[in-house]
Design a protein around this ligand. Structure first.
Ligand code: NI
Length: 193
């Protein structure tokens, strides 16, 4: 008994893989990802693998560049989300206000920094079925959308540090200069993506 070619292909697509994380200074992190023109089975597989990779790394978000793929796909799962959010060709259409927030990046392991982000954003894109979606976001979701869409444009959070001293090693024994600010941020609201 054998699988038909079609079943075999479907079987292969159901298998989800944790993909290797690309870390700095990998040049793929500095390139601009291309728009997805066809939401093909290989894009669906990429999405599934990205979700698995994000969860495996305990990240809140992940962009395709981070797994070495230059396609405009991001995935986000906030601590309270039951399902991951998928955005294909996401775009920020409005960014309002300014705040300093702590974040980390799965592609810059072991470090965290204090960065400038918007208070509120509006974004649009496609879901994994190709349906147009719009989202009004604040707090962690706004930060996630900005961080991940930045990745698609080859931008990293270290480009947006409040100042150069506001980058520290995660397990630093010495308190960073912004210790007070850090203590104001509850752990569940801290971003890594
Ligand atoms: Ni990141």
């Amino acid at each position: 008994m054998g699988l038909s070619a079609c079943d075999a292909q479907a079987e292969r697509w159901r298998k989800v893989s944790v993909l290797p994380m690309h870390i700095v200074p990998d040049s793929v992190l500095r390139e601009r990802a291309k728009r997805v023109s066809n939401i093909s089975p290989s894009i669906q597989k990429l999405i599934d693998d990205m979700i698995e990779t994000m969860r495996d790394s305990h990240g809140v978000g992940l962009a395709a560049n981070q797994v070495g793929v230059l396609q405009r796909v991001i995935v986000i799962q906030l601590p309270d989300d039951e399902e991951p959010r998928v955005f294909i060709n996401p775009e920020l259409i409005k960014q309002e206000g300014e705040r300093d927030v702590e974040e980390g990046c799965l592609s810059i392991p072991g470090y965290r920094g204090l960065v400038k982000r918007s208070v509120k954003v509006k974004a649009k894109g496609l879901d994994r079925k190709g349906k147009a979606v719009r989202v009004n976001a604040d707090e962690l979701l706004a930060q996630a959308l900005e961080h991940e869409i930045d990745h698609l444009n080859g931008t990293l959070y270290i480009d947006r540090l409040v100042d150069r001293t506001k980058l520290w090693k995660e397990e630093a024994e010495e308190a960073p200069q912004n210790q007070e600010e850090r203590e104001e941020t509850p752990v569940e609201a801290q971003y890594t993506g």
